[in-house]
Design a protein around this ligand. Structure first.
Ligand SMILES: C[S@@+](CC[C@H](N)C(=O)[O-])C[C@H]1O[C@@H](n2cnc3c(N)ncnc32)[C@H](O)[C@@H]1O
Length: 484
């Protein structure tokens, strides 16, 4: 329901209509991307969360266990994959050996990042031929504007001569490549950068290596024995599975675009016996189904924490709640780093600045599909709870949190319209059309106040459903474009 309320049927029609492709751009526009695919949050999912039947409260007990005999089994909601993939077998084994269902968060984490067969691990999932498209793939201007933001943070830090530029979940590496190319006029900035890419997928790491035009050199006494350098601006590049592996001791700029939405969420549902966690189980006929935990689960601690941050009236209205403990932990890790080493973080994602009820969605080939259908073959993502992100960061001393503001406001205030105008100077008509389409995809949705174009040419975009939040070291002042 949440996502449906954000969309108009006309938006869906416009999104699915193809737009021209432009493969023969001059250098300056070489990466203005095709815009015919849906972005990862743009179409409502067809999955509707089942209302699970309430059961009487079990006797209180100190141990956390799952009593499946007590659970309702709605067969019409079963989801049997056509052929059993490795991941499906693995999930069933986990449930079998655990002796009970797993949380939605465990399911999501396995589906996305299981080292052998997780959704992200072995392939390129982006673009027209993939499952969804993201802003950096829509237009080069997106990465360029993030570059403008990063240069401003670097200037506010006093232009240090060595900084870590960290990207969490860089996908194809497009954002980073556009950022580096766009910022290349700021020679002292690009010269200061050590690039750190936090990426769990070996397949995507390879793509990032290619797109950043990296070269590899053997080193005589380096830790790993090899050094990767991006020939885009000559910067050293390192890959890590987790942020904590990125070296500390240098000012750090962290970019997280569509990373938080991939972090696993726990889902809770109100029942007569109180809040129960939604779990994933296997039926007797071997298909997946949702069940409710009969007793409190460990993640209830995070539910309690999230509820403290919500207004009582807001909380009372809800019958479902999503919480993302990994988003809270990650935010605090980022904020601690910035508090000690200086720097800033930019989090851009689709989400809301309030508690999220039920937003987990699955997307395959640009369409919403059922969350339990053939796990590992579709992307799973959830709306980012920006209020929880803000509150988590605010618990760390010496950092300040700014926003969220809409992507439209963020890109507009940083000057995307001027960039578009400049690029248009060197376009033929076909390229100009693609550039405008890309622009509108980034800032559109009826609130794009930065473009003087005819209304009927305004595509529905990511401008208001995507939000941008910044966390910076307090000493640096207010970052662009959050100054009043
Ligand atoms: C939705 S994609 C976004 C990609 C890119 N930022 C963009 O906007 O095009 C999520 C990215 O995060 C990576 N990822 C997801 N979960 C991760 C995790 N737990 N640790 C490291 N990388 C992860 C994925 O492999 C992918 O590169």
């Amino acid at each position: 329901m949440l996502r449906r309320a954000l969309l108009r049927p006309s938006a869906l029609r416009r999104l699915s209509s193809p737009s021209p492709s432009h493969s023969s751009f001059p250098l300056s526009l070489a990466s203005v991307r095709q815009c015919s695919s849906s972005s990862s949050s743009q179409i409502p999912h067809s999955h509707s969360v089942e209302q699970l039947e309430d059961t009487p409260p079990p006797p209180l007990s100190a141990t956390i266990s799952i009593d499946r005999s007590n659970l309702y089994n709605p067969t019409e909601h079963s989801h049997e994959p056509s052929a059993e993939s490795e991941l499906v077998k693995h999930l069933k084994n986990v449930i079998k050996f655990r002796g009970g269902p797993i949380t939605v968060a465990e399911y999501m984490e396995e589906v996305l990042t299981n080292p052998k067969s997780g959704y992200y691990m072995n392939r390129d999932v982006f673009g027209k031929g993939g499952d969804f498209i993201t802003s950096p793939e829509v237009s080069q201007m997106f990465g360029e504007m993030i570059g403008v933001w990063a240069v401003c943070v670097w200037e506010q830090m006093g232009q240090p001569d060595r900084i870590n530029l960290v990207e969490l979940g860089p996908g194809r590496g497009t954002l980073m490549a556009d950022l580096l190319r766009g910022a290349s006029k700021f020679k002292n900035f690009t010269a200061s950068l050590a690039l750190h890419l936090v990426e769990c997928s070996p397949a995507l790491q390879k793509l990032q290596y290619q797109n950043l035009k990296c070269t590899t050199e053997e080193t005589a006494d380096g830790d790993s024995g090899t050094r990767h350098t991006s020939t885009l601006a000559g910067n050293p590049v390192s890959w890590h599975a987790m942020l904590e592996q990125v070296p500390t001791g240098f000012p750090t700029i962290v970019i997280a675009h569509e990373f938080y939405d991939a972090l696993p969420v726990h889902q809770f549902q109100k029942a007569s016996r109180g809040w129960c966690e939604k779990m994933v189980d296997v039926t007797e006929n071997a298909s997946f189904r949702f069940v409710l935990s009969p007793q409190p689960t460990p993640a209830a601690l995070y539910l309690g924490q999230r509820c403290k941050w919500a207004k009582a009236e807001e909380f009372a209205k809800l019958s479902q709640i999503e919480v993302c403990p990994k988003a809270i932990d990650l935010t605090q890790e980022i904020a601690n780093r910035i508090a000690v080493d200086g720097g800033g973080a930019l989090i851009i994602d689709y989400g809301l600045n309030e508690i999220i009820a039920d937003s987990l969605q699955a997307i395959r080939k640009h369409k919403f599909v059922d969350i339990l259908d053939d796990p590992g073959s579709a992307d799973l993502s959830a709306y980012v709870d920006f209020e929880a992100v803000r509150r988590s960061a605010e618990e760390i001393p010496n950092v300040s949190v700014h926003g969220p503001i809409t992507q439209s406001e963020f890109l507009g205030s940083l000057g995307i319209n001027f960039r578009a105008e400049a690029l248009l100077q060197n376009c033929n008509e076909e390229q100009a059309e693609s550039l405008r389409t890309g622009y509108w995809r980034l800032v559109g949705e009826g609130e794009a106040t930065f473009w003087e174009g005819p209304d009927e040419q305004t595509p529905i975009g990511m401008g208001t459903r995507y939000l941008a939040m910044a966390i910076v070291n307090k000493k640096q002042g207010v970052p662009a474009p959050y100054q009043e």
